[in-house]
Design a protein around this ligand. Structure first.
Ligand code: ADP
Ligand code: ZN
Length: 561
């Protein structure tokens, strides 16, 4: 049997427990031997030389002799005594100095080395395997994707480039294949031709090679997280079916949440003509009012489908207060978004956004703001070698002097997007102190830091791994789901046929799943019905657009499947 990493870890844990017992036994044996010699020492000293020593002195003497330290402060003076001391020295050399290290090495070090040499990662899937998903480039995004897909019936196989990585991934509980992603023979052995999908987050040149090689074997869809949107054409030409320029997508997410200007620019995604958007309230005349008082629905036809405050989602009601930290989630048409923009009559030039970090994501955010004519200031420790379009202030943003000099106290918006989550949390806290009202959007490189960023003062946190995982899941499951923020999804589903002829209120779709129906789309009418009345009569040509948590979305699937 080929040992797997998890099997190996299990074996080692069992083996180590057994070996600890053996070691304890050996130590007891040594202790008894020392005690026995100490008694014998007392006996011989009295009978041979008429000298008395305590048991403690006996133990002390035995240990100094057995370890060959032999201080010489207590010594025998008779031949019989010398013979006894020699026997004790020799047993010390044998049992303490030779055997003990040997026991330690053979019980603990050797099994580990032996087993890691014996570990052979899988390099091949059984012939005839089909319908699996191959994941290349195990990193935070692909890991979050696999966690998201946990519990679904799709078998995932992660490809690790080397044995050490394979071992680590197997310990995490994943099914692993070890091999070179661009090697044709390996891809054949990974049954890439019969896969349900291929997902990759390797670098773009490697991905091009992988796509070309995989295309020779079959036409499984290939979803690619691309480093650069400029590479999209090349990746498609090589055979990628879905190219996801994640840094550009994240940059857009950050930029549109950091400025109030351009309601149309806050559109996150769309289901046909139905747009889903977010609008920060800070900087608009709506601050301090309630949702029922602002002229939203009447003037623009938009519907508020949710409210976000520091990452916490709440359902909207006429009495919901709008503060500087509120973000309103909106559903409606493009015309509606334009009317909102006209209604707010904001001047782009009045906004000012500071961007901390000019990597790919920071650069993409700056590009989006530039297109909206929103002035911005970039700060980075280093020059971005791939960007000639933007000037940045050079320096470490965690130096508070630099942050102050960049004008943080007067800025309207702030984007925190370094690749270091600790720096991002630190910067969120420092900036919130310097400017209590600034619209602060931060990027979390790892999902587990989202809460800390909110706690530090961010108004909105974009988790790069969740966004990436969500897009990959949509592509693979051919599902229509928009991730608004951690824990809130907007999704489109066909009307469960049994409700045809019922009114929305009678169907109880919302009560049974916990989701709210935010719009209805019809096959025969491109115009969406936004915020449908409870009396709307349903028919089978309708699709429902709902908002809810991922659990509620799942419940909807289970109840109405
Ligand atoms: P991505 O491309 O995903 O945005 P990068 O690693 O390319 O990530 O970019 C992160 C940027 O953040 C880098 O340009 C880096 O110099 C910058 N950065 C990291 N820490 C700090 C800091 N303390 N102050 C200023 N810039 C920083
Ligand atoms: Zn740039």
């Amino acid at each position: 049997m080929i040992p797997t990493a998890t099997g190996l870890a299990f074996f080692l844990r069992k083996q180590v427990r057994k070996n600890l017992a053996l070691l304890a036994g050996y130590c007891t044996f040594l202790a008894l031997m020392v005690l026995g010699y100490a008694h014998l020492f007392q006996f011989l000293m009295w009978h041979l030389e008429r000298r008395t020593y305590s048991l403690i002195a006996g133990i002390y003497w035995t240990i100094t002799v057995m370890t060959t330290l032999g201080f010489g402060d207590i010594t025998f003076r008779t031949d019989a005594g010398f013979v006894f001391a020699t026997v004790v020295t020799i047993s010390g050399v044998v049992f303490l100095l030779m055997f003990l290290p040997f026991v330690l090495v053979s019980l603990f070090v050797a099994p580990w080395i032996e087993q890691s040499i014996r570990y052979r990662p899988n390099r091949e899937l059984p012939a005839g395997t089909r319908g699996h998903v191959l994941v290349f480039g195990p990193d935070v995004v692909t890991r979050a994707f696999m966690r998201k897909m946990e519990g679904r019936q799709v078998p995932f196989v992660v490809v690790a480039p080397d044995k050490e990585e394979a071992f680590r991934l197997e310990l995490e509980g994943m099914r692993v294949l070890c091999g070179t992603p661009t090697d044709g023979v390996f891809l054949e052995n990974a049954r890439a031709g019969a896969a349900r999908g291929i997902v990759t987050n390797l670098n773009d040149p490697e991905t091009v090679n992988l796509c070309l090689t995989a295309r020779k074997l079959g036409d499984a869809p290939i979803a690619v997280i691309a480093d650069e949107s400029a590479h999209a054409d090349l990746l498609r030409a090589a055979g990628a079916t879905h190219v996801i320029p994640l840094p550009q997508i994240l940059g857009r997410h950050l930029a549109t949440r950091a400025t109030t200007f351009g309601a149309a620019a806050h559109v996150l995604d769309a289901f046909g003509n139905l747009l889903i958007a977010e609008m920060p309230v800070y900087g608009t005349p709506f601050v301090g009012q309630t949702l029922g008082k602002i002229p939203l629905g009447g003037r623009t036809g938009l519907s508020a489908i949710g409210l976000l405050e520091r990452g916490a989602f709440s359902s909207p009601g006429p009495d919901s207060p709008l503060s500087v930290h509120t973000i309103v989630l909106l559903a409606g048409t493009r015309e509606g978004m334009s009317s909102l923009e006209a209604l707010l009559r904001l001047e782009a030039g009045e906004d000012r956004v500071i961007i901390l970090g000019h990597g790919r994501i920071g650069c993409a955010a700056a590009t989006v703001l530039g297109k909206m004519n929103v002035p911005f200031t970039l700060i980075d420790r280093m020059e971005n070698p791939h960007c000639s379009a933007h000037e940045s202030i050079r320096g470490d943003a965690t130096h508070l002097d630099l942050l102050r000099k960049s004008g943080i106290d007067a800025a309207r918006g702030l984007i925190i997007t370094t690749n270091d989550d600790n720096a991002n949390i630190f910067l969120a806290l420092a900036s919130r102190r310097a400017n209590p009202h600034v619209r602060m959007v931060a990027r979390a490189n790892r999902e587990e830091n989202v809460d800390e960023l909110y706690a530090a003062g961010a108004d909105f946190v974009v988790s790069s791994s969740s966004v990436g995982a969500n897009i990959l899941a949509n592509v693979l499951e051919k599902k229509d789901t928009i991730l608004l923020t951690e824990g809130v999804n907007v999704f489109r589903r066909p009307l469960p046929p049994r409700f045809s002829g019922w009114t929305l209120a009678e169907s109880g779709v919302d009560a049974m799943s916990g989701c709210a129906v935010v719009a209805i789309l019809r096959e025969d009418n491109p115009e969406p019905v936004v915020g449908p009345s409870r009396e709307t009569v349903l028919d089978t040509r309708m699709d429902l657009v709902l908002i809810g948590s991922p659990e509620q979305e799942k419940r909807f699937g289970e109840v109405f499947a």
